[in-house]
Design a protein around this ligand. Structure first.
Ligand code: HEC
Ligand code: HEC
Length: 385
């Protein structure tokens, strides 16, 4: 939808909000007019099962990181909604781990339904839309970025060729020798399987609370203005004024990692920023500082903490934040204003948000047979792959 249609419909909402709310009760008319309808995600073509299996193995395999210390699952843990909520000691964790020697400045996003971002016309992946034009690209970023897995793609396929399991998988599912391209396709096939299942919103088994919450979501609370369509995102950057997570600036390693990332994206004067520049990373337009791409609202039950920097630990905190009209920034998204929700209405809205999560958590079994140690190769100078 173009910006002008959107602002026109917002204006309509503002002017006729009260009248429309009254009408809604009478005729079932929706205040959500003008925004792409929320609804079940469209079914996707099932990926090749052999490729999915190879992707699952790679996902849990630390050998595809530079120093063999971390796998995709280290930061996107299938037991934690494919994100990280607690560290290895069980302490709540807002900001992601990163490659040994660095610390990340963002919350690790869930991978459930990430395959649906492919339908977005112009938004990239990652909180700020600064990553990848397609999912295959994002996988390459994750593998090669120094702050993520710091892997050399040539080394990666050499390592794969040393594992008879991958050699067989590459032959069977890709009809050829292992390559980094095949590894990336396999990881994409694996992520294609990580989709919501039986969310009450999709199956129509919503509680009365959740149904009332939906009314608020599409009406009085105005969430639909940005969280719309089956993925609950308009794929656009907005500034909602989420407070900074000052850990990024207090922790010297996180700060250095952040500065390096800004520098790699061509952000000027990396030493002066005391905030996450957000979509500015991608656009280099100062009006975009502090904007983030609207994230999906599916699977929130399993993916706390929330926002790009994990500053909110519960949905109640998020709803209170919006009730206050968002955070403080200039310019703040025009769609945000204090909502005046009652305690009852807040509960209903949270019940609706929870109805967008699968009944049972989407997860996968870890791969157990990944070798950790190798016997030395005798006469290695004479040995060939
Ligand atoms: C060291 C931690 C870490 C590792 C390891 C890691 N990721 Fe990530 N991943 C992140 C963080 C943090 C982000 C968000 C980055 C941002 O927005 O700046 C992210 C973002 C993503 C996204 C974008 C999600 C979205 O919806 O926008 C995908 C897809 C992804 N990772 C897949 C993978 C895959 C596949 C692997 C393994 C090859 C992997 N990641 C390894 C931390 C990690
Ligand atoms: C102006 C557009 C806009 C409106 C209106 C809006 N949101 Fe958001 N929402 C966003 C953006 C952008 C983010 C990500 C912000 C960030 O990470 O800093 C977000 C993040 C969230 C998150 C965190 C998701 C996660 O995985 O971390 C939740 C939950 C949420 N919004 C719920 C709501 C609810 C409920 C409403 C209505 C009361 C609402 N939003 C209204 C744009 C909007």
């Amino acid at each position: 939808m173009s910006t002008s249609t959107r602002s026109a419909s917002l204006l309509w909402l503002a002017v006729t909000g009260a009248a429309a709310a009254a009408l809604m009760g009478m005729s079932g008319l929706s205040c959500a007019q003008g925004f792409p309808a929320i609804g079940p995600l469209p079914a996707k073509k099932a990926p090749n099962p052999g490729q999915v299996e190879m992707g699952r193995r790679l996902f849990f395999d630390p050998r595809i990181s530079g120093d063999g210390a971390i796998s995709c699952a280290s930061c996107h843990d299938p037991k934690q909604g494919f994100t990280r909520q607690v560290d290895n000691k069980g302490k709540p964790q807002a900001l992601s781990d990163a490659y040994p020697g660095t610390s990340h400045f963002r919350n690790s996003p869930t991978l459930i339904n990430t395959t649906y971002k492919a339908g977005f016309a112009n938004a990239g992946w990652g909180w700020a839309g600064h990553m990848g034009a397609d999912l295959n690209d994002v996988v390459r970023d994750m593998l090669t970025e120094t702050l993520v897995m710091n892997m050399d793609m040539r080394l990666m396929h050499e390592r794969m060729k040393q594992d008879p399991v991958y050699v067989k998988m590459c032959q069977e599912s890709f009809k050829g020798e292992c390559s980094s391209g095949k590894a990336r396709s396999a990881l994409v096939a694996f992520m294609d399987t990580l989709v919501s299942r039986d969310a009450p919103f999709d199956t129509g088994k919503m509680s009365d609370e959740a149904k009332r919450g939906r009314g608020l979501f599409e009406g009085k609370a105005g969430c639909i203005a940005c969280h719309n369509g089956p993925y609950f995102s308009d794929a656009e950057p907005h500034n909602t004024g989420v407070p900074e997570n000052m850990e990024v600036f207090k922790d010297p390693v996180r700060h250095l990692t952040y500065r390096a990332a800004m520098s790699n994206h061509g952000v000027p004067r990396t030493e002066i920023w005391r905030r996450d520049v957000g979509y500015f990373l991608a656009s280099k337009n100062y009006a975009d500082v502090g904007k983030f791409i609207t994230p999906t609202l599916r699977e929130l039950k399993y993916t706390a903490p929330y926002m790009h920097n994990g500053v909110f630990s519960t949905l109640a905190e998020v709803v209170d934040f919006y009730d206050r009209g968002g955070g403080r920034d200039d310019p703040l998204a025009a769609e945000l204003k204090p909502l005046g929700l009652s305690a009852e209405e807040k509960k209903d809205l949270i019940a609706f948000l929870e109805s967008l999560s699968s009944t049972a958590p989407v997860t996968v079994q870890p791969v157990a047979d990944i070798p950790k140690e190798y016997a030395p190769i005798k006469n290695f100078l004479g040995a060939h792959n």
